[in-house]
Design a protein around this ligand. Structure first.
Ligand SMILES: Cc1cc2nc3c(=O)[nH]c(=O)nc-3n(C[C@H](O)[C@H](O)[C@H](O)COP(=O)(O)OP(=O)(O)OC[C@H]3O[C@@H](n4cnc5c(N)ncnc54)[C@H](O)[C@@H]3O)c2cc1C
Length: 380
């Protein structure tokens, strides 16, 4: 049985009982839905070996090929399984620890991620350091056996449920820009850390401000050497824009199908301009699929090429346009929330949340700069 077939059968068998109603929970703009059941689901996945497929077996993975990992993501989206609560651990910090951690750090941090026992958040952005990440001002110094951290992070997704945060902090006093930064692993929920939710367009709070005021983590909880933070932080961004997004067009396909079904229901499918936009959207989705295959080939060959930036730019701009189309096919009804309790419907959430797609994981402008400078060789 291929891994794809195995995954399909397992999902079918396990998205039942307490998890039957978890299908579709937690999609874009709906991260507040069913956290507890999704956490229980994460643990069920972990137990059965369906998390962290590409990791070495000694840390709970299956050593799966990239093609098999993508096949799993596709089956996962096809089954409408709940949105993962452990994706930052599996997709970002896990691969970073695998590549840059000591053996002791791998043994300490990787298995709990694989089992869904410890959730992570990413402490990079600050009020004056977003696209210009080298502007980080949060600082840390050694005191006794601990790093002591002071500063503020912002837009920290899922900090309110995370057990750990990977924090980019300045550890060499007086250093500027890329130098003097370190990559610290910091336990959440301890004295000196305050998490304040930020209310988003959807009315919910997927991200937060995080204030560190003398928060502590053990001296050993640093990835790489002091001052090595920039290099490691960039490695993490590479994973963020890489393999984990390759299977996502299956999820997009389901959203697209819902837009088409709504267009049929509201009569928007008879409008020649909207029909044109629907067809264009479908064609672009096909292009996305082909690009994903091309990216897989280049990732399998080793070095990720410009495809990764092109991929991020392409899917995020496409998804944002799909959100606009989702609103358009609803007609005027899309502008109001349906009667009490005035919850947004899925298409309204899609529209509002997809505005963020072109900002996080490197904004569209930053992706265009990367393509211009590194691929086309244009001046900075
Ligand atoms: C939903 C969501 C979740 C997020 N989750 C996290 C998280 O978990 N952890 C975390 O650390 N961060 C997170 N972020 C923050 C995200 O990484 C930043 O928002 C992003 O890097 C942009 O930074 P900024 O918001 O400071 O905007 P700025 O950098 O101030 O940019 C403002 C505008 O200027 C443009 N711009 C900036 N520099 C250039 C340039 N050199 N050339 C051309 N145009 C430029 C940008 O494209 C943008 O349009 C999240 C953001 C969102 C929206």
């Amino acid at each position: 049985m291929s891994l794809r077939e195995e995954a399909r059968a397992w999902l079918e068998e396990n998205l039942t009982g307490e998890f039957a109603h978890a299908r579709g929970l937690g999609g874009p703009g709906r991260e507040h839905e069913g956290h507890d059941v999704r956490l229980a689901w994460e643990r069920r996945l972990g137990e059965a070996g369906w998390t962290c497929l590409g990791w070495p077996e000694e840390y709970g993975g299956r050593d799966a090929s990239l093609a098999d990992q993508v096949a799993f993501h596709e089956e996962y989206a096809r089954a409408a399984a709940p949105a993962r609560v452990g994706h930052i651990g599996e997709g970002l910090i896990g691969p970073t620890i695998l590549d840059h951690g000591t053996d002791e750090q791998k043994r300490r941090f990787l298995p709990p991620i694989q089992r869904g026992e410890e959730l992570w958040c990413q402490g990079y952005s600050e009020p004056d350091a977003g696209s210009d990440l080298a502007g980080v001002r949060t600082r840390a110094h050694l005191d006794g056996g601990d790093w002591v951290i002071t500063g503020q992070k912002v837009w920290t997704s899922l900090a309110h449920v995370a057990d750990w945060c990977f924090v980019l902090a300045r550890t060499e006093p007086g250093s500027t820009r890329h130098r003097g930064l370190s990559y610290l692993l910091v336990p959440m929920g301890r004295p000196g850390i305050e998490v304040r939710p930020i209310r988003q367009l959807t009315g919910t709070s997927e991200f937060n401000e995080v204030f560190f005021d003398g928060a502590r983590t053990a001296a050993a909880n640093i990835l790489g050497a002091p001052g090595d933070g920039w290099r490691i932080a960039m490695a993490t961004l590479g994973y963020e824009r890489g393999a984990s997004t390759l299977g996502q067009q299956i999820g997009f396909r389901r959203e697209f199908a819902e837009v088409v079904a709504t267009a049929r229901r509201t009569g928007a499918a008879d409008d020649p301009v909207l029909r044109d936009r629907l067809v264009r959207s479908w064609l672009e989705l096909e292009i996305m699929r082909l690009n994903a295959l091309r990216t897989m080939t280049s990732l399998s060959a080793g070095e990720p090429g410009p495809e990764v930036s092109i991929g991020k730019l392409y899917w995020s701009e496409w998804h944002r346009r799909l959100g606009e189309l989702a609103q358009a096919v609803q007609g005027r009804a899309g502008l109001v929330a349906d009667g009490p309790p005035y919850e947004l419907n899925d298409l309204q959430r899609l529209y509002l949340f997809s505005r963020a797609d072109t900002i996080y994981a490197g904004s569209s402008e930053i992706q265009r700069n990367i393509i211009a400078e590194r691929t086309l060789g244009l001046p900075k």
